[in-house]
Write a protein that binds this ligand. Structure first.
Ligand SMILES: [Cu+2]
Length: 182
């Protein structure tokens, strides 16, 4: 009875001793390792990480539609942007002008579309949300400012690139779009 207890205790002690030896060896290894990588003692990385985290947190709500690209922020405040709609290979692509979005009928539908070069995009007015126009940010096209349902405006995209455009009266509300030409 007494000896049973005694031998149990001894083997426990032996085990602890082995762990202690292993632990010491491990610590020695760690110390050596950290000396190698211990060159950088600038505090800049920490600050940068903090700033990045803050910006990410701020960006997440507006970029919530996980479309990936936001075209340099052009579509950040466009609440009907839900990724770039792929229409490559289509001969003709239609985009609605006056889609329900951005607090009224102040959207292009879809807000972002991808087409092949040589494609003609036709914007078609829904007649909702008063007068709209379609004006390229780079000045390459500009439609009339009209409200009439069924009105159309077309532009053929000959070369690859990204063209941002907006409805000038409602640009501040988020009535903006993008055509990505491949
Ligand atoms: Cu408009």
């Amino acid at each position: 009875m007494m000896s049973d207890h005694e031998s149990t205790r001894r083997s426990v002690l032996r085990a602890s001793a082995l762990v202690a030896v292993g632990g010491a060896a491990g610590l020695a290894g760690c110390a050596g390792g950290s000396e190698n990588g211990g060159g950088g003692d600038e505090e800049t990385p920490t600050e940068t990480a903090t700033q990045t985290a803050t910006q990410t947190a701020t960006d997440t709500p507006s970029g919530g539609s996980d479309g990936g690209e936001s075209f340099g922020g052009w579509l950040d405040d466009v609440d009907n942007y839900d990724g770039v709609v792929d229409e490559t290979g289509a001969d003709e692509v239609t985009v609605e002008v006056g889609t329900e979005a951005n607090g009224g009928y102040y959207g292009f539908g879809p807000a972002a579309v991808r087409v092949s070069s040589g494609t003609t995009v036709t914007w078609e007015w829904t007649g909702q949300g008063s007068s709209h126009n379609v004006v390229a940010e780079d000045g390459s096209f500009e439609s009339e400012l009209v409200a009439e349902e069924g009105h159309t405006f077309s532009h053929t995209f000959e070369s690859a690139g990204t063209v941002k455009y907006a409805c000038v009266p409602h640009e501040a509300l988020g009535m903006k779009g993008v055509v990505v030409v491949e």
